[in-house]
Design a protein around this ligand. Sequence first.
Ligand SMILES: Cc1cc2nc3c(=O)[nH]c(=O)nc-3n(C[C@H](O)[C@H](O)[C@H](O)COP(=O)(O)O)c2cc1C
Length: 207
Amino acid sequence: MTGNDLNIAPTFILGDAVPDPEPSPELQRRLAIRRSAPAQALATPGPDRDQLTDILRLGARSPDHGKMTPWRFVVLGPQSRADIAEKLAAYATASDMPAKAVAVLAKLTAAPVSILVVSTAREGAKPVWEQELSAGAVCMNLEHAASAHGFATSWITDWYSYDAEAAALFGVRTGEKVAGFIHIGTSPDPLLERERPDLTALTEWRD
Ligand SMILES: Cc1cc2nc3c(=O)[nH]c(=O)nc-3n(C[C@H](O)[C@H](O)[C@H](O)COP(=O)(O)O)c2cc1C
């Protein structure tokens, strides 16, 4: 194991015994305070290259039935997103609701950095559904990792994730799907708690 620095999570190599998890009030608190930010408001500072590398590494430490690694990352800085948004705006004007389709592009371009998580699920040893869940777990872990580095996040899909021609601009290939754009930055405003589900109605307890 390496990396005991307070700012760097430890690294393990194949076969290392990972430590038993100790109770972590800090992690509990962190999970309790995480809240999505409005993507269009995300501003600098964002993670630097080292922080981003660590966020990707932690995000990739997600459950994966069959070790198929059914996802990949595209890290998008502001310039590439601005360039793509310009092209998307042209597609948007040909859509049913051009004004809305253009307006949501503000969510794509605002953050200092965005990680596109591409689901590469394919027919194979494990069900496609499970592979897609794994890509979702990666998205969620990226959000937690970014939060642990002190940043706010927003998980966005929007219309261009579901339009093959539009998604191709980000490098999404035939047969792949967008699991999400994880936009990372700093929220200028406090994030207000949203309504949360009533767990009594959603949870069945059995002996
Ligand atoms: C798979 C997925 C896709 C989402 N896509 C969008 C989106 O396209 N536009 C948007 O404004 N928010 C999107 N969201 C964010 C949610 O609408 C919402 O902001 C978020 O779940 C807030 O909950 P939280 O504060 O607990 O994170 C998406 C969330 C998920 C999980």
